[in-house]
Design a protein around this ligand. Structure first.
Ligand code: CA
Ligand code: CA
Length: 359
């Protein structure tokens, strides 16, 4: 942006000098004349200023999302994702009321990122801090509510996992890296089963994506944008994503503990009376804790459910919670559902636990 600005200013000077010389030459004659173009209201100077204005104001302000935060021993831990549509480099600042903490302020590309702040650096830790991302022309950011680490529920991610996040997993080639697919929590007898399915079905991205698209979710007709939750993924893909992202799928117990804190939150269910006929970007409804636990997508969980109708599959059914944009609203919070972990439905995705663990 800064280079573009200076270049435009130099062009501006050169053109004005040209006009000046042009006028000066004309004035040396007895009949000073400017061309029709230069006498119109769209002089080159005005045009350059218009272009500058367009460049400046078409710059997109970065968006911070998926904030996770908690107090761990004597540090604030803050994790976040950030999205800047024109991919500028960013700097970050953390402000507690008037007390601005200078983070490593080099302009960098970081998504997701992690910040650790010693508590004694902060004058008034009771105030909610404000994390800001700055791209050279504008700030984007969010206030952060920091919970003590002993609150187990804070281990659940605030948002459903988005297309943008899952795209990093695809672009990193993690679909073809065996170690992410090994299920080593003792919940199945053949830990390589997921890796074998990946090879058998040739999965390289979610069902509605093309891994060679840029971004890979470009042709998804259900989860159409970067902040829509990723859908069309089997339980195995969720497992691999969590391993790659150094996090975990929640247990049903953890998920239900979170839902008890938010029993009456609004959600996107069947029909458009809730504002969305189909899938909504995660976080579309204001909530103080967990967005879209109610509806939008069913969320895969680690808990195994022995459901008789899936006994014929060689893998046990896994629990799903929350209902979706295809179900009635009364599916939240208590409806218990499960599915064969191979299924890749367009109203099923995931929410991770937070990346932070002091367990
Ligand atoms: Ca709806
Ligand atoms: Ca949901």
């Amino acid at each position: 942006m800064i280079i573009a600005y200076h270049a435009a200013v130099y062009i501006f000077y050169i053109i004005d000098l040209y006009i000046f010389l042009n006028d000066w030459t004309d004035m040396s004659c007895s009949f000073p004349q400017r061309s029709t173009f230069f006498s119109s209201p769209f002089t080159p100077s005005v045009l350059i200023l218009l272009i500058l204005f367009t460049i400046t104001f078409s710059n997109s302000i970065p968006i911070i999302f998926n904030l996770q935060s908690q107090i761990e021993e004597d540090h604030f831990i803050i994790e976040y994702s950030v999205y800047d549509a024109d991919s500028d480099s960013l700097s970050f600042r953390l402000a507690f009321a008037d007390n601005e903490i200078d983070l490593d302020n080099e302009r960098v590309k970081v998504s997701p990122g992690r910040i650790e702040i010693p508590i004694d650096l902060i004058e008034n830790p009771d105030l909610p801090p404000h994390l800001l991302a700055y791209d050279g022309t504008g700030y984007g950011g969010e206030y952060i509510k920091i919970e003590p680490a002993e609150n187990a529920v804070s281990y659940l991610a605030r948002f459903e996992t988005t297309n943008l996040e899952f795209a990093s997993f695809v672009e990193d080639g993690a679909y073809e890296i065996e170690k992410y697919w090994i299920v080593d929590d003792g919940s199945i007898t053949v830990p390589k089963r997921g890796w074998n399915f990946q090879g058998k079905f040739g999965w390289l991205c979610p069902a509605g994506w093309k891994n060679f698209d840029d971004p890979p979710y470009a042709s998804d007709t259900i989860a159409i944008g970067p902040f829509h939750p990723v859908t069309g993924i089997s339980w195995w893909e969720c497992w691999a994503y969590c391993k790659w992202a150094n996090t975990e799928l929640p247990t049903e117990e953890k998920w239900r503990a979170a839902s008890q804190l938010a029993p009456n939150i609004p959600g996107n269910f069947h029909g458009d009376s809730d504002g969305f006929a189909k899938l909504a970007p995660t976080g579309s409804y204001p909530t103080t804790n967990f967005a879209d636990l109610a509806g939008n997508i069913w969320e895969w969980l680690t808990t195994v459910r022995d459901v008789p109708e899936y006994q014929s599959f060689t893998c046990a059914a896994r629990a799903l919670c929350g209902g979706s944009w295809k179900t009635p609203p009364n599916y939240y919070p208590d409806y218990r559902y499960s599915d064969c972990p191979l299924h890749r439905a367009f109203d099923v995705g995931l929410r991770t636990t937070a990346n932070i663990s002091s367990e």
